[in-house]
Design a protein around this ligand. Structure first.
Ligand SMILES: Cc1cc2nc3c(=O)[nH]c(=O)nc-3n(C[C@H](O)[C@H](O)[C@H](O)COP(=O)(O)O)c2cc1C
Length: 163
């Protein structure tokens, strides 16, 4: 972060999210947005030029087949290179667990790091899932993200302030 952006000036943040199944990840993005005073945009709303205006950028989506949704990954492939810009990764998914989330996030992390982003945090929580046969049995993780998930998302965003 350059000197004039430190001190009393707030970090300029953007949250990019692709969310469609039940808008689970979008709910998380909105919690981040409130805490960080950040705009939320979908990959198709983002322009390459505007990205240089931000000090911190969040990248998130639901998980499909063990990786973030393709429109988000495709956007990251098109990003210009940066020098140690702060970024964070988030997701919602059916199944959680430290190793599983790490694996789910690994492709996006690799792509962002190869563009020069410094990953300053990762967040994930369960999301309601009615994929495939699950729709016949009422789905799994009903009600997720729940209030606790949203609170955790807020705390995570708070921890990013000043990163
Ligand atoms: C086509 C499809 C594939 C999915 N694959 C996975 C997966 O590999 N692992 C997982 O944990 N959850 C998987 N899920 C569950 C979603 O990641 C989960 O429901 C997520 O919260 C959806 O996010 P969204 O509402 O923001 O789109 C899948 C869901 C769909 C619809």
């Amino acid at each position: 972060m350059s000197e004039e952006k430190t001190g009393s000036m707030e970090m300029r943040s953007l949250v990019i999210v692709y969310s469609y199944h039940h808008n689970n990840t979008e709910k998380i993005a909105h919690e981040f947005s409130e805490v960080l005073h950040a705009e939320v945009k979908s990959p198709e709303q983002v322009t390459m030029e505007e990205l240089q205006e931000y000090d911190l950028i969040g990248f998130g989506a639901g998980i499909d087949s063990g990786r973030h949704y393709k429109p988000l990954l495709d956007l990251v492939d098109r990003l210009p290179s940066v020098h140690k810009k702060a970024g964070f990764i988030f997701s919602t998914s059916a199944m959680q667990g430290e190793d599983k989330v790490k694996k789910d996030h690994s492709l996006l992390r690799e792509k962002l790091e190869s563009k020069g982003y410094k990953i300053v945090g990762e967040f994930s929580c369960k999301g309601f899932n009615t994929n495939s046969f699950l729709k016949y049995i009422g789905g799994m993780n009903k009600g997720r993200p729940n209030r606790d998930d949203l609170k955790n998302a807020q705390a995570f965003a708070q921890s990013l302030k000043g990163s």
